[in-house]
Design a protein around this ligand. Structure first.
Ligand SMILES: C[S@@+](CC[C@H](N)C(=O)[O-])C[C@H]1O[C@@H](n2cnc3c(N)ncnc32)[C@H](O)[C@@H]1O
Length: 208
């Protein structure tokens, strides 16, 4: 608790009404790389309690749409263009559901998905890598051409391989450690800009 109270981002989040200090990680990434713009459609995987949703909503403005998905219930947020879905990202048909909720492809896929940490480093790393790969699978199905992605990873033996695989999908990519990410944390984010594939989703029912 004491450590938390001294943390500037924790205090700022409380003052400014953000639901998580993580909000500042996304804010810093957007300020540097503009991965979200006004009017964008955004899906946020692992969105509870909702700090990233709040930041994404500030950037997309009233014309955009953000969909937050988590296995845990997310308490409602006041803006009308924030949709919430209680769902496991491993659920079958999740890509179709995202496309239906957004009424089309996403401009940006965010993933701050994280497993419950058990403290056994190799297990935690393996589970995080699996969640990141799942986020990438979903991104491949729902991202629009030229879309962007920000996906949480942990340092470890699989990091380079996931990064290399993910990099193939985007025109530009890099690993990112926002200032708000605690230096002692092994988390790091994969940033992909400019999804290369043309959006094609044969099973999606998109309204005119
Ligand atoms: C670090 S938190 C996200 C914090 C969020 N970005 C924010 O700013 O409020 C990670 C989230 O991933 C979610 N999560 C983990 N595994 C999941 C799964 N299989 N399906 C959906 N959500 C999952 C957890 O429930 C947790 O809420």
């Amino acid at each position: 608790m004491e450590k938390r109270r001294k943390d500037q981002y924790y205090r700022l989040a409380r003052i400014r009404g953000y639901r998580s200090r993580s909000a500042y990680k996304l804010q810093q990434a957007i300020r540097t790389y503009r991965l979200i713009s006004p009017g964008h459609k955004v899906v946020d995987l692992g969105a509870q309690p909702g700090g990233w949703l709040q930041v994404a909503r500030e950037v997309i403005g009233p014309e955009g749409l953000v969909l937050g998905i988590d296995i845990k219930q997310i308490a409602p947020l006041p803006a009308g263009n924030i949709r919430l879905l209680k769902m496991d990202v491993y659920a079958e048909g999740i890509a179709d559901r995202i496309i239906a909720e957004l009424n089309g492809p996403a401009d940006t896929v965010l993933s701050d998905l994280a497993p419950s940490i058990i403290g056994a480093w190799d297990v935690d790393h393996a589970r995080q890598v699996d969640l990141a790969r799942r986020a990438l699978e979903i991104a491949e199905k729902v991202l629009d051409h030229k879309g962007n992605a920000l996906i949480k990873l942990f340092h470890g033996p699989e990091l380079k391989k996931v990064q290399d695989d993910a990099a193939l999908l985007f025109e530009k990519s890099r690993l990112l450690k926002p200032k708000a990410s605690r230096p002692e944390s092994s988390e790091i984010y994969f940033l992909g800009l400019g999804f290369k594939a043309k959006w094609y989703h044969p099973t999606a029912k998109v309204a005119d």
